[in-house]
Design a protein around this ligand. Structure first.
Ligand SMILES: [Zn+2]
Length: 66
């Protein structure tokens, strides 16, 4: 039996798709999921995802008014 997980989890906070809406993305040809709470991180602070999302150090942050 293949013990493959059928539930997807947020790459940042590990929330399950049963608990919160997950958005599917692909990066570096790898599929990944991020939840609606963590999506702003990916947009504005991708550096905080280094170590969680492969290649996150290469993602440019969106321009903000900070
Ligand atoms: Zn999350």
């Amino acid at each position: 039996m293949n013990k493959e997980q059928n539930t997807n989890n947020c790459l940042n906070c590990n929330s399950s798709e049963n608990d919160i809406p997950l958005i599917k993305l692909t990066y570096s040809k790898q599929p990944a999921y991020i939840c609606s709470h963590c999506l702003p991180l990916l947009i504005h602070h991708p550096e905080q995802l280094i170590g969680k999302l492969k290649g996150a150090e290469n993602i440019p942050a969106a321009n903000t008014d900070e």
